[in-house]
Design a protein around this ligand. Structure first.
Ligand code: ASP
Ligand code: MG
Length: 437
């Protein structure tokens, strides 16, 4: 069971988490994020130190510490528990204060970022202890690890974690930190922002859990963006493949990389709502359930690059040369469409755009369109449904579509529209494909 920052961000939310993890008597591992706002604050502290603005860092540390003191004053009631919580806060903020005095480097920055999850889990454990809820605090730094390419080492995690669980086989409930891990040098590191979902999925895979529950403040994945369309519905069931197609867009609910470990060991992932614990939420598993369109998602700020060249006609190796340019600049391509004499690709960052364009120029005429939006239609067997395609283009009559990617996967149809058509496209598709407002 993984609980995100907002699910532990206030004392009363932590009480609710305690209720949720004690609703049944099953063995479980509970993964916590940092309290909402903490990781951002720690990033701010690290940034200030990187710029050598020690006073600025100190001000931010003091502000965060004050927040934790008022948090624990409300969280626990007994003097003993409060004394313990104060000692925990004291210890971690002393660490942050010491860091401001030594010379800053990237490894230290990772230590700073780790404080959020260490604090949230230790404070939650203190609360559980006060309530007499039996559990064991499992240090993620003792089993969660990444290799030299920053990839989690599932088999090493399996070995270490099962040994730890064996050592504490008298316990049924374990609390651990999301996000943090050790790298190949043994230093404290992390699974990147939002990585607690990844931690949960890795643990679930490592122990072959019966289920991996991701508890947030929304009742599952929705069929469309609720900030843009009036009516959305939670998706009941998605296959791992469908979820992977959506993860690129739905990073807000589920970390994009978090699907593969669960899929690898075939552990169902449930997305559940802390505020409405009995709502069905969304289950992601090896079967898709119903057929048809399940969700629409969009990502704006996309850049389309079109390479036109008559040399492409009947040539082989042309695409490889183009792709090599993107590889050289470590820039992932999201969408691709080709004609006989042109190929269009999209990327979502302009960091190396100028260099990429310069290296593509010898291949033909290059056109760059910024401010584009990828709209993805995801579902089960939509690639073979004529009905979906005809409805799609019928619905989108008023919108100029500049790229279409169809057939790459039976679960996905992607379109490219200019950013100014994003809202209209999502709204039209909500009614055209789902009959919703
Ligand atoms: N606390 C980390 C973050 O805010 C990890 C997480 O919440 O998933 O990115
Ligand atoms: Mg999160």
């Amino acid at each position: 069971m993984k609980f995100g920052g907002t699910s532990v961000g206030k004392p009363e939310r932590m009480y609710q988490v305690a209720d949720l993890i004690t609703r049944d008597n099953e063995s479980k591992i509970v993964v916590l994020s940092a309290l909402s706002g903490t990781t951002n604050a720690l990033v701010g502290i690290g940034d200030a130190l990187a710029k050598n603005s020690k006073e600025d860092a100190k001000t931010q540390i003091d502000k965060l510490e004050a927040h934790y003191h008022s948090f624990i004053a409300e969280l626990v009631k007994t003097p003993a528990a409060l004394a313990k919580a104060k000692a925990i806060v004291g210890e971690h903020f002393e660490f942050l204060n010491i860091i401001t005095k030594i010379s800053f480097n990237e490894a230290l920055n990772k230590d700073i970022l780790a404080q959020g999850e260490l604090l949230s889990t230790k404070l939650f454990s203190t609360y559980l202890e006060e309530k007499g809820i039996d559990h064991y605090l499992l240090p993620a730094l003792d089993f969660m690890s990444i290799d030299a390419n920053d990839e989690p080492q599932l088999s090493a995690i399996k070995t270490k974690l099962s040994q730890l669980l064996k050592n504490h086989s008298d316990k049924k409930m374990f609390i651990t930190q999301g996000y943090i891990c050790r790298n190949s040098k043994g230093e404290v590191d992390n699974l990147k922002r939002g990585g607690s979902d990844y931690t949960a999925s890795l643990i679930a895979a490592a122990i072959k859990a019966t289920v991996c529950e991701i508890w947030t403040d929304i009742d599952g994945m929705h069929n469309n963006d609720p900030r843009i369309v009036k009516k959305t519905v939670a998706i009941e069931q998605l296959s791992f493949d469908e979820a992977a197609e959506l993860a690129y867009f739905g990073a807000k609910i589920l970390h994009p990389t978090c699907i593969w470990p669960a899929q690898h060991e075939n552990v169902p992932v449930k997305l559940l709502n802390t505020m409405q614990p009995d709502a069905a939420g969304t289950v992601i598993r090896d079967e898709a359930g119903s057929e048809g369109v399940k969700a629409i998602a969009a990502k704006d700020g996309i850049i389309a690059i079109k390479i036109k060249s008559s040399r492409m006609l009947l040539a082989y190796g042309f695409l490889r040369k183009i792709f090599e340019v993107f590889e050289k600049y470590r820039t992932p391509i999201d969408m691709i469409t080709t004609s006989e004499v042109a190929v269009s690709v999209t990327i979502d960052t302009d960091v190396n755009l100028a260099a990429i364009v310069k290296e593509l120029e010898p291949f033909g005429t290059i056109e760059v369109d910024k401010n584009q939006t990828i709209v993805s239609i995801v579902g089960n067997k939509i690639g073979s449904s004529a009905d979906v395609l005809s409805k799609l283009f019928d619905t989108l009559k008023p919108v100029p579509v500049s790229m279409v990617s169809y057939g790459g996967s039976p679960h996905n149809i992607s379109l490219l529209v200019a950013d100014q058509y994003k809202i209209q496209t999502l709204q039209l598709l909500n009614s055209g494909l789902f009959g919703l407002e």
